[in-house]
Design a protein around this ligand. Structure first.
Ligand code: C2E
Ligand code: CA
Ligand code: CA
Length: 513
């Protein structure tokens, strides 16, 4: 018996406490002031107490687990949105008017990692970034994961200038290379900063303003930070108003398609096809540029609905023209990169064609180079399916994007559209001339058509004609017109359908990029 036992205790009888899985979660001990072993009463007391301890300890563990699940993100172990709100609200209350800041961090192109490298890689990236933000935080800062790839960091006792320094360091830290499997990723993020009390005093307002500033950082090219300003708030409100108005416009007839003729350069009186261009006339704002409202549709997740509307309207119009013996050989439709993320996109194109009694060669789908660079499985599957359906793909604004020529022969592209900026530079730029010549050469060798866009002068037309650019489009021939105006234009004898429309040459297509 150890002589050093405290309080005169001379014997101890201990029993393990088990949980329901027969794991030991504690020990119940009876101590005696004399050396002895337990009697029957002691056994009964111990049994009852062990049972009560099991119940109490398991309940405490469940409570902790529920708390963890309710307030912490299971992937990164960071506080979730709910917990972040609570802790940030407490910190703001404790600040009592002293200055601080909130950083809203959003990963750039996270979806691309998820789509191209798989969800396990996406999860690994999120955990690593969470760890990097945690390492950059000071004791007392409040950090949380708000949703998939959004994090918030509240910096109490921090001036706006200090917050900008933190944001800069955070961006550098996040951008350190990180290997997942054999792929080296350089995670990038955009950060919105707002300061309190000037930009808001409650966590809801601060988060909203920091989120708005983050959106501007993304718009300005990503991998940067942006401080909130009242002008940003106004911009966001205008954008939200436009989003609501656009949603309504799709159903109340304010949206229309206009059609711009494309003519054969060798016979400008012959129509090659038309390009459908969206027009929106708002009762108060007047005409809104498609560049503006299409960006809003993309941001607001409305682009699928918008493109369905375009596709449906254009096919209905083409079928109506055909029924009226107005000969329009084909309609070109502009697509957004995001359309290709919709797994059913190619199928929806086939459905709309069938509904209107049209065939694949009646439509040309204009895509931009960003579709080519987006190697997500949904995009590749849609490109492949559209190719199988026999649809013609046209590469719009060619020469302005990344201009990696390697994809040209690997993807089912049958047409290149020379961007109008080159055509318009023709008179004063030798480089524009050289570029157009080489594009025409590449297209010829890959059996692709070329459409020269933005032809405004007789000189531009003549030069393009001389170089063998087969199709021309621009104000010189005709502006985009409402359907009835196009019929009048056609009946005025400005352009007749070609005697034999040039067939889209088949291109080699290897979807395995
Ligand atoms: P884009 O696809 O490059 O369309 C050509 C733009 O050039 C049109 O502008 C057209 O009106 C304009 N244009 C045509 N000929 C000339 C010319 O000779 N000179 C000049 N300076 N401009 C000419 P618009 O209609 O304002 O459309 C702008 C952009 O908005 C389009 O560029 C396209 O990217 C996008 N867009 C328009 N409609 C749709 C649509 O239905 N869906 C999608 N996703 N995008 C669309
Ligand atoms: Ca276009
Ligand atoms: Ca274009």
């Amino acid at each position: 018996m150890p002589a050093c036992w405290p309080a005169g205790l001379l014997a101890c009888w201990a029993s393990p406490i088990f949980n329901h899985d027969r794991q030991v979660i504690g020990v119940f001990a009876l101590y005696f002031r004399e050396p002895r072993s337990p009697n029957a009463l002691h056994h009964r007391i111990a049994q009852t107490c062990i049972h009560l301890c099991t119940v109490a300890m398991e309940r405490e563990r469940s409570r902790e687990r529920i708390h963890q699940l309710a307030y912490y993100d299971p992937l990164t172990q960071l506080p979730n949105r709910c917990m972040f709100h609570r802790s940030a609200t407490d910190a703001l209350y404790a600040a009592q008017g002293r200055a601080g800041a909130l950083l809203f961090v959003d990963l750039d192109r996270f979806k691309l990692v998820n789509d191209s490298q798989g969800h396990a890689a996406g999860d690994a990236l999120l955990c690593e970034v969470a760890q990097r933000i945690r390492a950059a935080a000071r004791p007392g800062d409040v950090l949380g994961r708000l949703s998939s790839d959004e994090f918030a960091l509240l910096l109490p006792h921090c001036s706006a200038a200090e917050a900008e320094t933190v944001a800069r360091r955070l961006l550098e830290r996040i951008a350190e290379p990180f290997t997942i499997g054999d792929a080296v990723n350089i995670p990038h993020a955009s950060v919105g900063i707002c300061a309190y009390p000037e930009d808001g005093t409650d966590i809801h307002t601060l988060l909203r303003h920091a989120d708005q500033a983050m959106y501007i950082a993304k718009q300005q090219g990503r991998q940067r930070w942006q401080r909130f300003t009242p002008a940003i708030n106004q911009f966001t409100q205008d954008r939200v108003a436009m989003e609501h108005a656009l949603r309504a416009a799709m159903h109340n007839g304010q949206l229309q398609l206009h059609y711009q003729p494309q003519v054969l350069s060798s016979q400008p009186e012959r129509l090659h096809g038309v390009e459908a261009l969206a027009r929106w006339k708002h009762p108060e704002w007047g005409y809104v540029s498609p560049l503006r409202f299409i960006a809003v549709a993309e941001d607001a997740g409305m682009i699928q609905e918008f493109t369905s509307w375009v596709m449906e309207s254009a096919c209905r119009q083409l079928a109506a023209w055909r029924a009226d013996h107005v000969e329009v050989p084909q309609v070109a439709i502009n697509l957004s990169t995001k359309n290709f993320h919709e797994p059913q996109f190619a199928q929806s194109v086939a459905d709309v064609l069938r509904r209107h009694g049209l065939t694949a060669k009646d439509l040309v789908l204009e895509i931009t180079e960003s579709v080519m660079l987006d190697a997500s499985p949904a995009t590749l599957a849609n490109l492949d399916a559209l190719h199988r359906l026999g649809l013609q793909l046209s590469l719009d604004d060619f020469g302005t994007g990344y201009s990696s020529l390697s994809y040209l022969h690997r993807l089912p592209i049958s047409e290149l559209k020379l961007d109008k900026s080159f055509v318009q530079d023709l008179s004063n730029s030798v480089a524009a001339e050289a570029l157009i010549r080489s594009v025409l050469g590449i297209a010829r060798s890959l059996h692709m058509k070329v459409v020269g866009e933005g032809v405004e002068t007789a000189e531009q037309r003549q030069w393009l004609q001389l170089q063998g650019c087969p199709v021309l489009q621009g104000y010189l021939f005709c502006r985009p017109l409402a359907p009835e105006a196009l019929v009048t234009w056609l009946r005025g004898g400005h352009a007749q359908p070609p005697l034999a429309a040039p067939a889209a040459p088949a291109t080699a297509y290897d979807p395995g990029i």
